[in-house]
Design a protein around this ligand. Sequence first.
Ligand code: ASP
Length: 355
Amino acid sequence: MKPDKLRFLLPLLLAIACAQYVAGQAKKPQIVILATGGTIAGAAATGTQAGYTSGAVTIDSMLAAVPGVRELANVKGEQISNVGSQDISFDIMLTLARRINELLARNDVDGIVVTHGTDTMEETAFFLNLVVKSDKPVVMVGSMRPSTAVSADGPLNLYNAVGVAVDPQAKGRGVLVVMNDWIHAAHSLTKTSTTAVQTFMSPLRGVVGTANYGKNDFYNTPVWKHTTASELDIENVNQLPRVDIIFGCADMPADLIDASVAAGAKGIVIAGVGNGNMNKAALEAAARAAKKGVMVVRSSRVATGSVGRNVEVNDDEMGFIASDELNPQKARILLSLALLKQRSREDIQKMFYSY
Ligand code: ASP
């Protein structure tokens, strides 16, 4: 080819390549990653030590460790907080939920990924499930090993989370959690091991699906009310009412319940033994609390199963609420949000059956 022809052809080819690139970018879903901290953003001095600091790495460094993620979507990161999830507060949950609602209301955002520590992942996931007002995918993700560990699980978890967030099948299933190739529903998952990579289970309902290098299979649709069907709302809310969890055990000291009421709790969740049971003294203290207008929910310290009304405890007579399938930490989230408005005990019981 003659050099002067090449002079015309080269810019033309370059322009075509640029146009193709821009068109490709425009076609890709827009995903915003909101980072809150956790082990996924954790760092240790060596790759093989157990000790590390949660929330030490920024979202940009995390993304740099996930090759190929930008082929799935146009991703943009925002740092909401950078803490271990043991330090996630209602303040952070409210900020996160508000930002998600703001972003999802925009036409140029197709889904959200939230990076989060695993310790309280189920609480934030359930909170968001109740107050996000969009059916676009919201996918939470964490890791059990810090980013500096040998075989860190964070990068693939994050890749898979983005893969779920861009999947149209993820729409309308409420907040999802992607960990170790499994997709869980916010209502049903729980952390079951302090250290194992395969820590999250959904014991009663099973997983919603699986995520495999960006390819997903969905088996289940959560049956519980969530997001756009939820009546719970955090607009104009800056603080949540105090709800305490009291752990049941043999020879349980009942004065913990009285102390919680005296400290100003508006609700108490008992992590009871078995089917939400507690000894006679604790039952009497809980009934006293209920008489004073404190909402008392019976949940269970047992890892799976539901707590039914009027089984071994006469809830009707004592004025209690049964937690149904919600474990104590999720029962606390639902009760805190339910107490934002004046609601009867019967109405709150119904909420425990439907959320
Ligand atoms: N303590 C850490 C956290 O929840 C544990 C983890 O992320 O796996 O932030």
